[in-house]
Design a protein around this ligand. Structure first.
Ligand code: NAI
Length: 308
C-alpha cells in the first residue's frame, strides 16, 4: 500500500511551526492540497503575523506541492468558518482536518487566572470545535472525512501547572468519542494523537538525551496514516514520538457488585477497594451504552443469583 492524498484537500491548524508544519509538509509531499493555517503568535498565543504560515506555504510550493495560507485564529466560530472556507475557495473541498493549533500558559491551579484558563481552552478545545463544526456538514455530504485531534499526555495523565491545558486536551477525547459515532456511517474517521516532539512549545520540558530524538516527523508519520483513505480505524488515541507508537485506552475494570437491594456502607466499599480498582480484566467500550449495559448486566445477574 502506498498512501497518497491526490485530489484530497487538507486543513492543518497551527501549521506555521512545529508539529503542524511537519504534518502539512508530509501531506503535501504525498499529493494533498493543503490549507496552512497559523495565527503566527507566541507560545502563549499572543500577537500575530503572517510570516509563519507564509513560510510553510513557500516551503511546500518550493517542493512542488500545492498550499494556501490562512491567518485566522481558531478561537472564534467565524475564524473556524474562514479557515475551512479557505479550503473550499482555493481547492473546492475539505477532506482532512488536523486540529493542531495550540498555545500554552502554565501556572499552578492556585495562581491561574480565569483568563489564563479560558485562553488555553479557547484554542485547544473550542478551536477544534469551531473548525470541525465548520468542516463537518461538508464531510457528511461528501461521505468522506479524516479528522485528527491533538490531545496530550498531560490531558490523559495530568501535569503540574497544566490545569487549563490538560482540561482542554482530555475534552478533545470526549469530542472524538462522540464524533466517531456520528461520522461512522459516512466514512468519516475521528482519531486523537498524543504527540511527543521537540518544538518551541515543548523545548523546556525536554532533556538532552531524548530531546534531539523527538523530531516532529515521527508524529506526522502516524498522522499521515490516520488521514489515509485506506485507514478506516476510528476513535483511537495514539501516543507517538521518536519512533514509538502506542494506543492509549479508556478501559473499565470487572468491578464489584454489592447488590441492588440497599446501598452499601462506605466502609463496605473500602473493604473491597482493591477489587474495585483492579484493572486486570478491564475492557474498552465502543460507546456509553456499552459501558452502562455491561455494568447493569452484572447488577441484574447479581439480583437473579440472590433470589436463587
Ligand atoms: P508550536 O508552538 O510549535 O505550534 C503551535 C502552533 O499553533 C503555532 O504555530 C501557533 O502560532 C499556532 N497557534 C496558536 N494559537 C493559534 C490560534 N488561535 N489559531 C491558529 N493558530 C494558532 O507547538 P507544537 O508543539 O507544534 O504543538 C502542536 C500541537 O501539539 C498543540 O496542540 C500542542 O498542544 C500539541 N502537543 C505537543 C506536544 C509536544 O511534545 N510538542 C505534546 C503534546 C501535545
Amino acid at each position: 500500500m502506498t498512501i497518497r492524498y491526490d485530489n484530497r484537500v487538507a486543513v492543518v491548524t497551527g501549521a506555521g511551526n512545529g508539529l503542524g508544519r511537519s504534518h502539512a509538509l508530509l501531506l503535501a509531499s504525498r499529493g494533498a492540497k493543503v490549507v496552512v493555517n497559523d495565527l503566527g503568535g507566541s507560545v502563549e498565543g499572543r500577537g500575530g503575523s503572517h510570516s509563519a504560515a507564509d513560510a510553510v506555504v513557500a516551503e511546500i510550493k518550493a517542493a512542488g506541492g500545492q498550499a494556501v495560507a490562512n491567518y485566522d485564529s481558531v478561537t472564534t466560530p467565524e475564524g473556524g468558518k474562514a479557515i475551512i472556507q479557505t479550503g473550499y475557495d482555493a481547492f473546492g473541498r475539505v477532506d482532512i482536518l488536523i486540529n493542531n493549533a495550540g498555545n500554552n500558559i502554565q501556572n499552578s491551579f492556585r495562581k491561574m487566572t480565569v483568563e489564563e484558563f479560558t485562553a488555553v481552552v479557547d484554542v485547544h478545545l473550542m478551536g477544534a470545535v469551531y473548525c470541525t463544526r465548520a468542516a463537518w456538514q461538508g464531510m457528511l455530504d461528501q461521505q468522506y472525512g479524516r479528522v485528527v485531534m491533538t490531545t496530550s499526555a498531560a490531558g490523559l495523565f495530568g501535569g503540574h501547572g497544566l490545569g487549563n491545558y490538560a482540561a482542554a486536551k482530555i475534552a478533545l477525547v470526549g469530542l472524538m468519542n462522540t464524533l466517531k459515532l456520528e461520522g461512522r456511517n459516512r466514512n468519516i474517521t475521528v482519531n486523537c494523537i498524543a504527540p511527543m516532539a521537540t518544538t518551541r512549545m515543548s523545548t523546556e520540558a525536554m532533556d538532552d538525551k531524548t530531546g534531539p530524538l523527538l523530531q516532529p516527523e515521527f508524529v506526522s508519520a502516524v498522522v499521515g496514516l490516520l488521514c489515509a483513505e485506506e485507514h478506516t480505524g476510528t476513535g483511537d488515541i495514539i501516543s507517538a514520538g521518536a519512533g514509538y507508537y502506542s494506543k492509549i485506552g479508556i478501559i473499565e475494570g470487572a468491578g464489584v457488585c454489592f447488590g441492588a437491594d440497599q446501598a452499601p456502607a462506605p466502609e463496605a466499599i473500602a473493604g473491597r477497594w482493591a477489587e474495585i480498582c483492579d484493572l486486570s480484566q478491564a475492557q474498552p467500550f465502543d460507546d456509553a451504552f456499552g459501558s452502562v449495559a455491561y455494568s447493569m448486566r452484572k447488577v441484574l445477574r447479581g439480583l437473579k443469583d440472590a433470589k436463587g
